[in-house]
Structure formats: structure tokens, C-alpha cells
Design a protein around this ligand. Structure first.
Ligand code: HEM
Length: 528
């Protein structure tokens, strides 16, 4: 408002001054417009586009620094189009065209981005302390994720949260202690699928099962899959809305001059979601406060029991709990749907998994989590699905350079966003034989060989990321998905639906899921 008034004064004074004739003002405006255009073109002419050009003009570059190759995109907005739909495909194609698979630069409006489709460079980025931060994302901040692990700035607070979650939610003992709840949910899923005598879609039930599982670990709430519940329905709605908001490319993150207009209504939607989340989670925290007798059962109890410097404010606690529910729900369900789709498509692989289940478990009892290590072929099939369909093809959340650094011999300035195209790496013909074929056998270690780990040590396939900010829920997520798939394949033969073929098209939001939900029929194979 103040600037508007100041501008009016300038124009009022100018109109009194002879030099400011209408003609002169028009000329000045034209010259200013041409100068802005020239600057925009100068920025845009730099490899990687306007954000890189702008930085070079403002801050310069160390002498002898080569520019990182990459598309220029359009003046001002750069390569926003790369992030439109299926960004992992578009970025891989651009890297191929620019011969910049190792490292490519591009601009998203004012944001400088680097991306790699190479495992060595990915390792350099993910394992460097310089890239231990996350880029600012309006929706993440508005949805409180900057107070939770995922978007907390790298530092003492983030480290405290990671340590706490590692000790009380993700450590092997805690995962073992929550086995019973996953077994009960597997049992409920089996019973529900058994009742379907026609073809059906699996997605809804898988998401509900994952949500119930997280509700139990985090909030200590136990719900039945077969009886609808208002609380679960409400949370499902909140998670879906949050997922949509975080998964949408927000133009104002990259074009700050758009922020006041909120053209995609993301700010508005976040503002109406946050009070609902606050109310929901505070209610559960309140109930725990009343019923606590000093014992630590679920994750809310753990957070409430923290004392001294670790003690969290209520708002921080809400953020941490909401993030766990949020992150733990869809990733697991999305992965299971892809695995089942591949099993329906590749019936020979499905039969091999079932033969192995019959050998290791037999048909007289249900699968237990303790069987999973011995199910080597099933584990190989899960890895092969993670290779072809990583739930986060760009590793979901990018990284941010805290200081200037050098990556693959190129100078990368502080404040640059880094992405890893895990999808492209996992399909690279130079790294994988017949990369588009579904061959679980490639992950079967031969005598004397070490099993391939997908947990972040080998960047040819690291669907949970790597380094300091890798996924803390990877063991829990992988165990849950593998165990539930083992149970579902042990109990049923999975068949195509008849009228709807399995369609492997993808849609990318925060996770990459099947564009057309999997529709199947099942035939029970374990007679009790
Ligand atoms: C199939 C299941 C899952 C997949 C594929 C997955 C994938 C990922 C990926 C790619 C990242 C980013 C890693 C990086 O920047 O290097 C991440 C981060 C994260 N994940 Fe997972 N995730 C899964 C399950 C879970 C579960 C079950 C939880 C919790 C209950 C969880 C909680 C988190 C959190 C809190 C972060 C942020 C870590 C940080 O910034 O320090 N994830 N996940």
C-alpha cells in the first residue's frame, strides 16, 4: 500500500515537472521495458536457463568454472514444462538430448536445479553434507512439515527428531514389537478379498490397511478393516488432500512475484487443511495425556514422555505425528499395488513366488514375518518392482545445497536444488541388462555373492534415497509391503480381471502410482 502511495506521489510531482511530458514518460517506459527484456534474454541465454544466467550476472562464477549443460527453457519461467506431468520421463529425455545424463542444469523460474541420471554423481550428491537440506516449498511449510523430519532444516532440531524416530519407531525391536498388528491387518485383508467373487480394484483396501497400520503404530488406535469408521475416514481425507497439495508443482515456489496471487489456490487450500489436522491430532494427544500412566506404548506416548531439551512443543508434536501418518500410508500401498500388478502380468513369476512360499511356509499355516528372509525369490521380485516402479522416481523430496560445492567437476552454488532421477538410473541400459524386462532373477545372489541392498548403499537402485536424509522408515516400509504381499500371494492366485487389462501407465504426484487402478480377480489357494 505504501509503495502505491509513493508511486502516486512520484507521478503527481512528475506531472508538474516539464521534463515529464506524456511523450517522455512513454519513452522511459519503453526503454525500461526493452532493458528488462534484454536482461531477461541475457539471463535466458545461459546454459540451464534464466535462473542460472541471473545468478552468474549477480554473483559471478569462480574463474575457469564451466557451465553445467542443460536446456534453457523459456525466458523468465525456464523449464517449468519439465515438471508438468511424469517429470521423471521428461527430465530423462532432456538429459539425453543435452548429453547431460551425469549432470544437467535447468531453471524452474528463479530456482536453479541440477539433476543427475548417473549413480556415481547421485552418490556424490546424496552422501554429501552440503546437500543435507531440503528446498523451501510453500505447501510443506504451510502444512507444518518444516517442524517435522522431512522438511526440518538440517541442524540440531532435525537430528533430535531423527534420533527419536529411529529409537522409538523404526528400530528393529520396535518393528518386531508391532508385528502382531501387521499380521492382524494381513488377516483382515485376506478375509475381505476372499469375499470378492467378482473382479475388484485393490487400491482402496491397500490404502486403508496402510492407514490403519500407521494409526496403530503412531496413535495406538486399532481399527477393523471391514467396519467403516468416521475417524479413519476423516484422516483419510486429510492425508489425501495433503498428498495432493505436496505433490502439485506450485508455481509460486519458483516465481515469487506470483505469491500474492496464489494462482493455484495452494496457499488457500493449505490454510483450510491445517486447522483440521491440528484439531484431529490435538484431540488424540489430549486423550493420551488424560489416559497416560507413565507407560510408553505408541509414538504419541513416546513424544509425551520426552523431557529436558528433547521435550517438544505441542505444535511440533502435531507436525511430527502428522508426518509419520502421512509418509507411512501411501508409499507402502502404492508399492504393493505395483507388485500385485506385476504378479498378474507375469504369471510365471507369480507361480515361482508361490512355489517358494509353499516350500518355506507350507500351506498349513499363514506366513509370518520371520519367514521373509528365507523367501529369497519374493525379495528379488520386490526389488525388481522397486527398480521398474520406484514410488518416488525423483526421490520424492529434493535436496538443497547449503554452501557452494563442486559436483562431478562442476561448480554448484549454494541454494541450488538437486534432484536424483532414480527412475532413469534404474532403467539405464549401461547399468542393467534388458532394463525394461521384468526379471527378478537379476537380484538372486549367486553362491558367494552378497545380496543387492536397496537401502541406499548402491546407487544403481536406491528407492529410499541415501545418506543423512535417506528414508528413516525404509525397513518398516519394506517389511510391511513384503510381508503383506507374501500373505496375499500365499492365500490367493491373482488373476487378470477379464475386462480390464493391467495397464502400467503412471501418474506422478508425491508418489508415482498406477494411472489406472489395478483390477483383479482372486482364486483362494490355501484351503483351511
Ligand atoms: C515403500 C515405502 C517407502 C518409500 C519408497 C520411501 C521413500 C522415501 C524417499 C525416496 C525419501 C527421500 C530420501 C532422500 O532424500 O534421500 C523418503 C524420506 C522420508 N521418509 Fe520414506 N519411504 C517409504 C516409507 C516410509 C515410511 C513407512 C515412513 C514413516 C512411517 C517414511 C518416512 C519418511 C520420512 C520422515 C522422510 C524424510 C527424511 C528426512 O528428511 O530426514 N517413509 N522416503
Amino acid at each position: 500500500m505504501r509503495t502505491d502511495i509513493d508511486t502516486l506521489w512520484v507521478f503527481a510531482l512528475a506531472s508538474k515537472c516539464r521534463a515529464f511530458t506524456q511523450e517522455n514518460i512513454a519513452w522511459s517506459l519503453l526503454i525500461m521495458a526493452l532493458a528488462s527484456l534484454a536482461i531477461a534474454l541475457l539471463h535466458w541465454a545461459h546454459p540451464g536457463g534464466p535462473a542460472w544466467g541471473k545468478h552468474k550476472l549477480k554473483k559471478g562464477c569462480p574463474t575457469g568454472a564451466r557451465p553445467i549443460p542443460g536446456p534453457r527453457g523459456l525466458p523468465l519461467i525456464g523449464s517449468m514444462n519439465l515438471m508438468a506431468s511424469l517429470a521423471h520421463h521428461r527430465i530423462a529425455a532432456a538429459a539425453e538430448t543435452c548429453k547431460a545424463k551425469r549432470l544437467m542444469a535447468f531453471s524452474l523460474g528463479d530456482t536453479r536445479v541440477i539433476v543427475t541420471c548417473n549413480p556415481d554423481v547421485a552418490k556424490e550428491i546424496l552422501n554429501s553434507t552440503v546437500f543435507a537440506d531440503r528446498p523451501v516449498k510453500e505447501s510443506a511449510y504451510r502444512l507444518m512439515f518444516n517442524r517435522a523430519i522431512g522438511f526440518a532444516p538440517y541442524g540440531v532440531y532435525w537430528r533430535t527428531l531423527r534420533r527419536m524416530a529411529a529409537t522409538h519407531l523404526f528400530c528393529p525391536k520396535q518393528i518386531k514389537d508391532t508385528e502382531a498388528q501387521r499380521r492382524i491387518i494381513a488377516y483382515e485383508m485376506v478375509n475381505m478379498f476372499k469375499d470378492y467373487d467378482r473382479s475388484f480394484t485393490v487400491r482402496g483396501l491397500l490404502k486403508l490397511a496402510s492407514l490403519n497400520n500407521m494409526m496403530c503404530s503412531v496413535f495406538g488406535r486399532e481399527y477393523r478393516l471391514d467396519s467403516p469408521n468416521n475417524e479413519v475416514e476423516e484422516l483419510r481425507g486429510l492425508v489425501d488432500e495433503g498428498y495432493d497439495l505436496l505433490g502439485t508443482l506450485n508455481w509460486t515456489d519458483h516465481l515469487p512475484w506470483l505469491a500474492d496471487f496464489d494462482p493455484q489456490k495452494i496457499g488457500f487450500r493449505c490454510s483450510s487443511l491445517v486447522p483440521k489436522v491440528n484439531l484431529f491430532v490435538s484431540r488424540i494427544i489430549g486423550e493420551h495425556r488424560v489416559s497416560r500412566g507413565g507407560e510408553t506404548g505408541d509414538f504419541v506416548d513416546v513424544l509425551l514422555s520426552l523431557q529436558g531439551p528433547e521435550k517438544l512443543l505441542d505444535d511440533d508434536m502435531i507436525a511430527v505425528l502428522w508426518e509419520m501418518i502421512f509418509r507411512g500410508t501411501d508409499t507402502v500401498a502404492v508399492l504393493i499395488e505395483w507388485i500385485l500388478a506385476r504378479m498378474v502380468l507375469h504369471r510365471d513369476v507369480q507361480s515361482k513366488v508361490q512355489d517358494e512360499l509353499d516350500k518355506v511356509v507350507g500351506r498349513s499355516r499363514a506366513v509370518a514375518e520371520s519367514d521373509i528372509t528365507a523367501l529369497r525369490y519374493l525379495n528379488a521380485a520386490v526389488k525388481e518392482v522397486l527398480r521398474l516402479h520406484p514410488p518416488g522416481p525423483l526421490l520424492s523430496w529434493a535436496r538443497l545445497a547449503i554452501t557452494d560445492t563442486t559436483i562431478d567437476g562442476y561448480h554448484v552454488p549454494a541454494g541450488t536444488t538437486a534432484m536424483i532421477n532414480m527412475w532413469a538410473i534404474a532403467r539405464d541400459p549401461e547399468l542393467w541388462a534388458d532394463p525394461l524386462e521384468f526379471i527378478p532373477e537379476r537380484f538372486m545372489a549367486k553362491e558367494g555373492e552378497v545380496e543387492f541392498s536397496v537401502l541406499g548403499s548402491d546407487l544403481r537402485l536406491a528407492p529410499f534415497g541415501s545418506g543423512r536424509r535417506s528414508c528413516p522408515g525404509k525397513n518398516l516400509g519394506l517389511m510391511t509391503a513384503t510381508f503383506w504381499v507374501a500373505s496375499l500371494l500365499h492365500e490367493f492366485e491373482w488373476l487378470p480381471s477379464g475386462d480390464t487389462a493391467v495397464d502400467l501407465s503412471e501418474v506422478l504426484g508425491l508418489s508415482c502410482e498406477m494411472a489406472n487402478p489395478l483390477t483383479v480377480k482372486v482364486r483362494p489357494r490355501r484351503v483351511k
